[in-house]
Design a protein around this ligand. Structure first.
Ligand code: MG
Length: 275
């Protein structure tokens, strides 16, 4: 089995300081969380930005740019900027969503299929996947294909067959988002068996599903994602003190299961990010 890429998703767009006071809001706080997570063993950092005053979800390019600049000055982590823009609206929503890739991160999330998220609809029409994949290819940004159900993997496979993605395509299996695929062992196995043969993939589990899903992912040879975007607790009733504490938990788990943690440069090799 390959070394394990640990992704730290340090803020997301939904968690608030009312839920956990350590949730980072400002670019400086997000950059600190990324650097600490990298020092703890994360090879990739998945970035959302927030309104620095209120913590509300934001997709402002200047905030992404400040996070990128601050992180690049301090560590070698692979940056993965979100293009989800769940809260965005307007006629130019596709352009708004894709703006972060102009900052040329090495990775960017790419959402293939639509799904209900709790009380909202995550709207990803088929044309969005094609436009986003083409734009990322042009910018030299590798997509991290986020899938929330089995049908999304089928949609991704169709785009792979049509040549939209450079090899190897990289998948993030998103388990347990409310009204996405439930985070059960049987469902993770079904997602795993639906992937194209031999491609690199990572798994995340929401809330209390984080630990069981990443454990099972490690046993299946996958990579893993942790961090406040997905889960705010170290264990039941014990809020995590930082994103880095969740990364440390993942590092311990990787070692207990006799795998090794990939450095950022090893992650670049595994995902073919050098081209
Ligand atoms: Mg995200």
């Amino acid at each position: 089995m390959s070394k394990v890429i640990i992704t730290a998703a340090v803020s997301g767009s939904n968690p608030t300081r009312a839920m956990n006071p350590a949730v980072p809001y400002t670019p400086a706080e997000i950059a600190d969380a990324v650097v600490e997570s990298c020092e703890a063993g994360a090879a990739v950092a998945h970035i959302h930005v927030r309104d620095p005053e209120t913590g509300a979800p934001s997709h402002r390019l200047d905030l992404f740019a400040e996070v990128v600049e601050r992180v690049r000055a301090r560590c070698n982590v692979v940056l993965n900027l979100t293009t989800s823009g769940l809260h965005l609206s307007g006629d130019d929503v596709t352009e708004q969503r894709l703006a972060p890739i102009t900052l040329r991160p090495e990775l960017a999330s790419l959402d293939i299929g639509s799904v209900n998220f709790s009380t909202a609809t995550f709207h990803n029409p088929p044309a969005f996947g094609e436009v986003a994949a083409r734009r990322m290819w042009e910018q030299g940004v590798k997509p991290e294909i986020e899938v929330f159900d089995l049908g999304h993997i089928e949609q991704a496979r169709d785009l792979i067959e049509k040549g939209f993605f450079a090899a190897p395509p990289y998948f993030q299996l998103c388990m347990g988002i409310r009204w996405g695929i439930p985070a059960t062992p049987a469902n993770l196995l079904a997602m795993y068996h639906s992937l194209p043969e031999g491609v690199p993939w990572s798994v995340l589990g929401v809330g209390k599903a984080q630990l069981p899903m990443i454990t099972m992912g490690l046993l299946l040879g996958g990579h893993v994602r942790v961090g406040f975007e997905d889960n705010l607790y170290l264990r039941k009733g014990v809020p995590a003190r930082s994103n880095a504490e969740l990364v440390e938990m993942a590092v311990d788990l990787v070692r207990i299961l006799h795998r090794e943690v990939a450095t950022p440069d090893e992650a670049r090799d595994l995902l073919n990010l050098h081209s």
